[in-house]
Design a protein around this ligand. Structure first.
Ligand code: NAD
Ligand code: UGA
Length: 454
């Protein structure tokens, strides 16, 4: 099929590249010339494992290209995905990019000959597709819904494993305006061997929010328990959570073997959930509910627990190393999680801000982040050694595997004080020198050391 994808961010570019990879003819559209050039040169502007390889093959084989021209691209294709950003503005989603993109798509629909289906891929609150998008398309195309199709197909991929997630979906949810719209998108995904759920546009929109809200809830639940363990001598969050995971409702036994969800359970404590989606989507959902007079007691708590995590880590740090002014603090990890260079809404960035506002000098290192946008108060260095040398303490904010696989004996010797605050429990089990004061999260810390509740 001939597919147009509007927006070449994480979702749009991965969608376009993967659809081209399974044989469709795809044109990506972006308003930013550098993004268009990046696709045509098969050099993505962000890191995503496997993406550069797929881009390279599909552009070479002329199944994928990019342009800035929306209308004529839409007119020459069968399906258009809207995958533009829906960022947070005062807690609500900003639909201005979506509206602007839909206007241009409508102009393309005006000129298109055959039946064309527009698909909203961006995350939008329930009622956005069948009002804002539908009305914009009808107004700018001069056509009535039914003459063109409309679907809402939420995306569940994770950054850092976006290609694998897209190619192996747990399910494809297809919200449809009518059966013809849905069946066209069902055909597009025919190669995927997974449940395909056809439903209303609003169910599709709500399912996306339910999915991210559940993940956020599990993480805040784990973080609240971590704090509880810290306040309860003789307990340890890692033990408690590992034991919890053995409940067969979390790790079912199949053919005599336990199928463990591992890190995919989202029941691991840390310094909070970040990224471009979980925080934004929880906020958008709460505001959506408020506008509809529906209380969100649980989601309010989920957001509050999360917002408090970076400050909690600072308190933990100060309880060991004293107050911040004049201290040099190394921060390991800036990305919101390992495997990505994305720092949007990263708890590590919030932590760095709190440290600098508190009077500490911060030296940060992340294997994939060379600088922090719009922040010149933090010194982002290019190695762990440079971050730790002469530091009064180090805080681990992202669980990059590299941090556990290094010579901590040597590194600790270079620090002014070998105090290690592990906000991701990334060094649990790692051999550390006797001199190190190691404080993971989720255990009771006393000046005599931590007491692991095994
Ligand atoms: P992004 O900000 O990385 O990319 C959006 C792209 O759209 C940008 O390149 C921008 O230049 C382009 N754009 C904006 N207006 C345009 C227009 N009128 N025409 C053409 N291009 C235009 O966004 P993203 O992270 O890919 O997210 C896109 C949507 O998908 C959001 O709604 C997000 O919530 C959702 N989502 C994101 C992820 C993720 O992991 N990032 C996962 C699932 C769902
Ligand atoms: C998340 C969802 O997992 C995707 O399904 C969804 O499509 C996407 O949001 C989206 O809508 O954009 P992503 O933002 O890539 O994906 O990140 P996750 O891997 O889910 O991690 C989110 C945050 O939670 C990270 O900061 C991570 O460190 C944290 N986390 C995760 C924990 O603190 N504990 C856990 O047990 C798991």
């Amino acid at each position: 099929m001939r597919v147009t994808v509007i927006g070449t961010g994480y979702v749009g570019l991965v969608t376009g590249a993967c659809l081209a990879h399974i044989g469709h003819d795809v044109t990506c559209v972006d308003v930013l010339p550098e993004r268009v050039a990046a696709v045509n040169n098969a050099t993505p502007l962000f890191y995503e494992p496997g993406l550069a390889e797929i881009l390279s093959t599909t552009t070479r084989e002329r199944r994928l290209r990019a342009t800035a021209d929306t209308a004529s691209t839409v007119a020459g294709s069968d399906i258009t995905f809207l995958a533009v950003g829906t960022p947070s503005r005062d807690g609500e989603i900003d639909v201005s990019y979506l509206r602007a993109a839909a206007e241009k798509v409508g102009k393309g629909l005006r000129a298109s000959k055959g039946y064309h289906v527009v698909v909203v891929k961006s995350t939008v609150v329930p009622g956005t597709t069948d009002t804002l998008v539908l009305e914009t398309l009808e107004r700018t195309s001069g056509r009535k819904a039914g003459e063109f199709g409309l679907c809402m197909n939420p995306e569940f991929l994770r950054e850092g494993s976006a290609v694998v997630d897209f190619m192996n979906p747990d399910r494809v949810v297809i919200g449809q305006l009518d059966a013809s719209s849905g069946s066209r998108i069902g055909d597009l995904y025919r190669a995927f061997d997974c449940p395909k759920l056809f439903t209303t546009l609003r169910n599709a929109e709500m399912t996306k929010y339910a999915s991210n809200a559940l993940l956020a809830t599990l993480i805040s639940f784990s973080n609240e328990f971590a704090a509880l363990c810290e306040g309860t001598p003789g307990t340890d969050i890692e033990f408690v959570m590992s034991a919890l995971h053995l409940d067969r409702r979390l790790s079912p036994i199949s053919h005599g073997h336990r199928v463990s969800p591992g890190i995919l359970s989202y029941l691991w404590a840390g310094c909070g959930f970040g990224g471009s989606c979980l925080p934004k989507d929880v906020a958008a959902l709460r505001n959506f509910a408020r506008r509809n007079d529906v209380p969100t007691t649980l989601l309010d708590a989920v957001a509050n627990v999360n917002a408090a995590r970076p400050a909690h880590l600072i308190r933990l740090l100060e309880s060991v190393s004293g107050s911040l002014p004049g201290k040099i603090i190394a921060v390991l990890g800036l990305a919101f999680k390992p495997g990505t260079d994305d720092v949007r809404d990263s708890p590590a960035v919030a932590l760095v801000d709190l440290l600098t506002h508190g009077g500490a000098s911060v030296r940060a290192y992340d294997p994939m982040v060379a600088k922090l946008p719009a922040n010149d108060t933090v010194d982002v260095v290019n190695s762990m050694e440079s971050a730790l040398r002469g530091a009064d303490a180090v805080v681990i904010a992202t669980a990059w595997p590299d941090f556990a696989n290094c010579d901590w004996n040597r590194l600790c010797r270079t620090m002014r004080q070998p105090i290690l605050i592990d906000g991701r429990n990334a060094l649990r089990g790692v051999k550390l020198p006797e001199s190190a004061v190691y404080v993971p999260i989720g255990t009771h810390y006393t000046p005599k050391g931590i007491v692991l509740g095994k």
